[in-house]
Design a protein around this ligand. Structure first.
Ligand SMILES: [Fe+2]
Length: 187
C-alpha cells in the first residue's frame, strides 16, 4: 500500500527524535532503518528531476535536506547504466534504500596500517545487488563501491548522519593503492 502521508517533514521529525536520543551508533541505525525504508517507499519526496544524472560523474546527487550544521543529510541519487563510484567511505553512518532498479554494492576492508598518507590497501569482502525497497545500512567506517549494472537509470534514497562533502571522507583505488578525498558534485 502506498504510504502517501509519510512526508519529508514527518520523516525528519521522527528522525530528529531518534538522533537526539543519545543512542550508540548501532542502536541508532537499527532504529532509523525502518523509518528510512518507509520514507523511501512512500514516494512523497519524489520529483522528476531526480533522474537527472551528471554525465561526467556518472551519478546525480540531489539534496532533499540537510540541517544547518550539515547533519542529517537526505539525498536522492540516480545512476547511469554501467556507471558507479570507486570504493569510498562516508566518514559517518549511512542508510540507503533502493527505489528504482537494482544497484550492486561491493564491500571492502582496509588491510594496511593507515600509517602512510595517501596510501591504502583494500580487500574485497563481499557484494550484493540491492533491489527496490532493500536497505544498505552502513556504520561509520564502511567502505563500498556502487555500480548500476542494469540498462536503465536507477534511483536510491540516502540518509547520512552528516552531508558527505563535509566529513573529510575518502575514495580509494585498490589497484593503485591510493586514498584521496571524495567530494561529489551536487546537482
Ligand atoms: Fe557510498
Amino acid at each position: 500500500m502506498k504510504d502517501d502521508a509519510y512526508s519529508l517533514v514527518r520523516f525528519l521529525a521522527d528522525t530528529r527524535r531518534i538522533t537526539g536520543g543519545g543512542h550508540i551508533e548501532k542502536e541508532l541505525i537499527a532504529r532509523l532503518r525502518p523509518l528510512v525504508q518507509r520514507f523511501a517507499g512512500s514516494g512523497t519526496w519524489r520529483e522528476p528531476h531526480h533522474h537527472e544524472v551528471s554525465p561526467e560523474q556518472g551519478f546525480g546527487v540531489h539534496l532533499l535536506h540537510e540541517e544547518s550544521d550539515h547533519s542529517l543529510a537526505v539525498f536522492a541519487i540516480s545512476w547511469l547504466p554501467g556507471r558507479g563510484t570507486p570504493p569510498h567511505d562516508h566518514g559517518v553512518w549511512g542508510i540507503v534504500v533502493g527505489v528504482d532498479g537494482p544497484e550492486k554494492n561491493v564491500f571492502w576492508e582496509r588491510t594496511d596500517d593507515r600509517s602512510r598518507p595517501g596510501y591504502a590497501e583494500l580487500r574485497k569482502i563481499g557484494e550484493k545487488v540491492f533491489a527496490a525497497g532493500e536497505v544498505v545500512a552502513m556504520p561509520t567506517g564502511t567502505i563500498h563501491s556502487v555500480c548500476n549494472e542494469s540498462d536503465q537509470v536507477t534511483l536510491s534514497l540516502h540518509v547520512y548522519g552528516k552531508h558527505v562533502n563535509f566529513t573529510k571522507r575518502s575514495q580509494f583505488d585498490p589497484e593503485q593503492r591510493t586514498e584521496r578525498p571524495f567530494i561529489v558534485k551536487i546537482d
